[in-house]
Every structure is written in structure tokens, then in C-alpha cells.
Design a protein around this ligand. Structure first.
Ligand SMILES: [Zn+2]
Length: 123
């Protein structure tokens, strides 16, 4: 195996994803080629990050510290938040009302014309 082939396969070699025959061929090349050996050293996979979790006592202390650090909400701020949260509801209510009026007007229009004819106002 030549340097070019090793260079192309070095990542797969580092992941040990090649066939045993190819792995052996590359390993043999690496023993005799400093450049490719250096490349193989760079291509080796990074160690996986250890899965670490904070101790429960630390989590509890952090939660307590965070809840103590939250500023008390002023009544004015609470009112602003309520108003902001109710905007979509108000918009929906306004749109519903508008659509109801339009529907009512649309359905009512032929009757008005019919009544006008019956009353002799229209031919
Ligand atoms: Zn080489």
C-alpha cells in the first residue's frame, strides 16, 4: 500500500472501519513510514466525553440559589405580562367578531333584497 492510499483511508483506519486485510496492510505501511504514522496519530478519534452528572447536593444548592436570586415581580410588570399574553386572544376575538358580522351580512343580503321586492320598493 502506498502513502496516497493510506492518506485516503486513514480516517477509516482510525475508526477501525476497514476490513481486517486493509487494517493489516495500513498497519504494516505505518511501521515503515514516518509521515503516514504521524498522519495516523493525528487521525485517531478523540476520546468520547465522559457522561458526568452533578451530585444531587450540588443540584439542590444551585436550584436554591437560583430561586433566591430571582427578583420579585412587581405588580406593574405582572400587569404588562398579562396584557402581552392576552394579545393573541384579543386578536382572535376581534377577528371572530368581524367574520361573524361579515357572514351575517352576507347571509342576510338576499333576504333584504327579497323583502324590498315584496314591499314594492324594487321591481
Ligand atoms: Zn506512507
Amino acid at each position: 500500500m502506498n502513502c496516497r492510499s493510506v492518506e485516503n483511508l486513514i480516517d477509516l483506519y482510525a475508526e477501525e472501519s476497514l476490513s481486517p486485510a486493509r487494517m493489516a496492510a495500513i498497519a504494516a505501511h505505518l511501521k515503515g513510514c514516518k509521515d503516514c504514522a504521524a498522519l495516523a496519530h493525528l487521525a485517531r478519534p478523540l476520546p468520547r466525553a465522559a457522561k458526568v452528572s452533578a451530585p444531587d447536593a450540588l443540584k439542590a444548592r444551585l436550584k436554591k440559589a437560583l430561586s433566591a436570586a430571582e427578583p420579585a415581580e412587581s405588580p406593574k410588570l405582572r400587569l404588562i405580562r398579562v396584557e402581552r399574553d392576552s394579545v393573541p386572544v384579543l386578536a382572535f376575538a376581534a377577528l371572530s367578531g368581524f367574520l361573524s358580522l361579515m357572514l351575517h351580512a352576507t347571509l342576510r343580503a338576499p333576504n333584504s333584497q327579497k323583502q324590498a321586492v315584496e314591499l314594492g320598493r324594487l321591481p
